[in-house]
Every structure is written in structure tokens, then in C-alpha cells.
Design a protein around this ligand. Structure first.
Ligand code: RIB
Length: 299
């Protein structure tokens, strides 16, 4: 089965800092590294490394050609990627602190120049039963979801970063939601700080999205998946974090690969969790995503 990832491609400028810069403050960074990134690209790299037949669609400027090489090297198909004269490739300013945490400022650039004609052309290459995965860093996601639904594609949404626009998408067509706690709370309308409400999260989400599978990653508490009938819990793997960037994307890529293959859900979640744990021990987004062999060795 083919997996189409219609998603962002970013150049990540990663600054090593002692602490995140505060309002009105100027600080010096310890280092600057330039990496390939973007939630879309990272997830395609993870999908391809996990072994999925993944096709990446999205747009870059001429300054982002190396991102195509990164995807190709991982094993993803890049023939659909649009290279624009203007605007430039999307980028992210990432502060990476001493504990490995990050904060990210995005510039959409070419990621926000996705036109309907281009979407139609890309979708022509896919058919009923193929998978579509989307994040929330490109424009025209609503149109992509509607057209993919008409074709009978299976739609997976990782609405990250969550904003108000996500709630306007035709979410009733989504077959699988891949969420972190904040996104899950945002979509459900429950208070993320209310512990009791957290217990109700899955229930409320299933009420809203009746036929969808819902995965929630819970950080140090692992992850939980429910198809509405049965719920599967998986414990987190503890490691010392160097850089948490793209840990979620790594989980997503490995999770979707298992989902597409119809593998036992617990085994899929466990493998995705190990892949994400390895990713946080390396620097950068896409460069830290481990290959299948390394992940299998740790199982
Ligand atoms: O999820 C990590 C990614 O978020 C980074 O690579 C950055 O580009 C942003 O899209």
C-alpha cells in the first residue's frame, strides 16, 4: 500500500542555548547547526527508514534542494516535490537547551504555497485504499482531505502544531488522529491541566470522531491507542535526552508503517516508542531518526 505524505519541508537552524530566550532578553548561543527538518519531511524519513512505500509531496524554494537528497537517501519518493522560484524554503529557528528540550519558531515559506491544481495532480497518482498523512504546516489541508476522501484514501492527521484552523478542517473524514496530550485536549475542548478530564479524553474524542482510531502520545507516560472498542497502552522508554526535536515525528513515521502493514497494535506502538527514544539521543531533526535495523536491535 502506498503512503502519500503531503507535508512541510524545512531548513532547521538549531541554536544551542543555556536557557530559552525570554521577552526583552538578548542571549548568546553556544552553537549553530543547520539541519533538514519540517514535520512532514521528518515523518517521511521515519516512514521510509521504517520500510514504508512513502511518497512525499510539498514545496521548497531553490535554497532547499538538499532536503530532496535527504528524503531520497532515506528511501522516500520525491518526484512530486515542487521546486518554486518564490518563496524560499520554509525554515525553523530552534532553541535547544541543556536538558535537550526545544522551542521552535516557524517561517512557512514555500510550505504555504500549495495550490489546488498541484494537489489534484499529486492525488492523481493515488487510489482507493492508499494512505494519506498530513500535519499542520502546509496550507490547503482542507482541500487535500476532501479530495483524498472522495478517492477513498485512508486519512491520517497529525494536527501539529495545533491552531484554531485545524478545528475548521473536515475532521469527519479523518480515519486516524495522531495526537500529543495538548493536541488531544485542544481537539476535545477539555482542560489539559484537569487530571480528571484527562481520563475522559479518549471518550470525548471518540464521541466527536465516531469511527476514527485515536493515538495519544503521553511523553514520559508512554502512549495510548483506542479504536473505540479496545484500548492499548504502551510504556515510555527512558533515555537521556540530547535533543527532543523530531521525537514525535519519528514515533509517527514508525507507527504509521506498522499501521499500514496491519501489524499488532502493541508491537507497532512499542517499536515506534523505541525509535523515538533513539531519536532523542541524537542531535537535529531528520538526522536523528534511526534506521529499522537499529530499532529492531533494541526491541
Ligand atoms: O517536529 C520537529 C519539526 O518541527 C522541526 O524539524 C521543525 O522544522 C518543525 O517543523
Amino acid at each position: 500500500m502506498k503512503v502519500l505524505n503531503f507535508g512541510s519541508l524545512n531548513i532547521d537552524y538549531v541554536y544551542g542555548v543555556d536557557h530559552f530566550v525570554k521577552k526583552g532578553e538578548t542571549i548568546s548561543s553556544r552553537s549553530l547547526h543547520v539541519y533538514s527538518g519540517g514535520k512532514g519531511l521528518n515523518q517521511s524519513v521515519a516512514l521510509a527508514k521504517a520500510g514504508a512505500d512513502v511518497y512525499h509531496a510539498g514545496a521548497i524554494g531553490k535554497d532547499g534542494m538538499f532536503l530532496i537528497d535527504v528524503l531520497k537517501e532515506a528511501g522516500a519518493d520525491t518526484t512530486n516535490i515542487l521546486i518554486q522560484d518564490e518563496p524560499r524554503t520554509g525554515n525553523a529557528i530552534i532553541q535547544n537547551d541543556v536538558s535537550g528540550d526545544n522551542c521552535i519558531l516557524l517561517f512557512g515559506g514555500a510550505n504555504r504555497s500549495i495550490k489546488k491544481e498541484y494537489i489534484d495532480t499529486v492525488l492523481n497518482g493515488f487510489e482507493k485504499g492508499d494512505y494519506l498523512i498530513l500535519q499542520n504546516e502546509i496550507n490547503n489541508n482542507a482541500y487535500i482531505i476532501e479530495e483524498a476522501h472522495k478517492k477513498g484514501m485512508i486519512i491520517i492527521l497529525n494536527p501539529s502544531p495545533l491552531d484554531e484552523e485545524v478545528k475548521e478542517l473536515p475532521l469527519e473524514y479523518v480515519d486516524y488522529f495522531l495526537l500529543n496530550e495538548v493536541e488531544a485536549a485542544g481537539l476535545s475542548g477539555l482542560d489539559p491541566n484537569d487530571l480528571e478530564a484527562q481520563q475522559k479524553l479518549l471518550h470525548v474524542l471518540h464521541e466527536k470522531f465516531k469511527n476514527a482510531g485515536i493515538l495519544i502520545t503521553l511523553g514520559e507516560k508512554g502512549s495510548i491507542y483506542s479504536d473505540g472498542n479496545k484500548t492499548i497502552k504502551q510504556e515510555a522508554i527512558k533515555v537521556k535526552a540530547v535533543d527532543t526535536t523530531a521525537a514525535g515525528d519519528t514515533f509517527t513515521g514508525y507507527f504509521v508503517e506498522g499501521l499500514v502493514r496491519g501489524e499488532d497494535m502493541y508491537i507497532t506502538m512499542n517499536r515506534a516508542s523505541i525509535a523515538a527514544a533513539i531519536a532523542v539521543t541524537g542531535k537535529g531533526a531528520a538526522p536523528s531518526i534511526p534506521g529499522r535495523e537499529e530499532v529492531e536491535e533494541r526491541i
